[in-house]
Design a protein around this ligand. Structure first.
Ligand code: SF4
Length: 233
């Protein structure tokens, strides 16, 4: 049975997907971590992006990977070296967890970052979002990845007024799963695209409904009827 909180009709979901993907092909930014399926590289980018803006991460991502080109190199490094390489990004707990993760994975029987969301979630510093993002962006698994940008778009598009509590969060994840393309490659693009829409068009500060590709199938956008302005939630 489909989850209770699906979009109002499968047609809405199909239109939402089609328009979003077409927009992303034209307007998606060419970010370095979008040009790789290397699980370690994807993981590093996702951990950096957890609490840091894209332009700042762009400055650190390549440098960090030059210093620690693979998981083994990171696992062998001293905590001090890792901290120095992270210096300037802040929230050092992320670096500590990433280092622990590298050591744990390298010491595991497979020695490889797992593909499975549940296995990913057992690693240090990997929550539900990061597990979904790594499974989707590195392994092209058709799984949702709901960060704050995605949650905002889903809330405004399908569930305006949903509470910001555990139940509300579950509804957003259910909807993300329900509208996700079933094919892993398309799911990769969809997850990137909805994140990009939340970063560039449907932002926390302003919802630019007048230029939004999914306005016609968005409950908030239809209400705004082409206006560009701040909308709640
Ligand atoms: S139409 Fe407006 S509220 Fe809806 S997703 Fe687009 S920018 Fe956000």
């Amino acid at each position: 049975m489909p989850p209770k909180s699906t979009p109002r009709s499968p047609l809405d979901a199909a239109k939402f997907r089609r328009r979003l993907l077409a927009w992303f092909r034209r307007h998606g930014r060419n970010l370095p971590w979008r040009n790789t399926r290397n699980p370690y590289h994807v993981l590093v980018s996702e951990v950096m992006l957890q609490q840091t803006q894209v332009p700042r991460v762009e400055g650190y991502y390549g440098k960090f990977l030059r210093e620690f080109p693979d998981l083994s190199a990171l696992a062998r490094a001293t905590p001090r070296r890792v901290r120095e390489a992270w210096d300037g990004l802040g929230y050092y707990r992320r670096a500590t967890n990433l280092h622990r993760l590298a050591r744990e994975v390298v010491a595991s029987p497979s020695g490889a970052i797992p593909e499975d969301v549940d296995a990913l979630r057992r690693l240090p510093g990997v929550g539900r979002y990061t597990a979904g993002a790594v499974a989707s962006f590195a392994f092209e698994r058709a799984v949702p990845a709901v960060d704050t940008n995605v949650a905002r778009v889903l809330r405004r598009a399908f569930h305006p007024g949903v509470r910001n509590d555990a139940r509300g969060t579950r509804r957003l994840w259910d909807t993300a799963a329900a509208i996700l393309p079933r094919h892993g490659g398309r799911a990769w693009s969809f997850n990137q695209a909805i994140m990009e829409l939340g970063a560039l068009v449907c932002t926390a500060r302003v919802a630019r409904c007048g230029v939004c590709p999914v306005k016609e199938v968005c409950r908030t956008g239809r209400r705004e009827d082409g206006k560009t302005g701040v909308v709640p939630g």
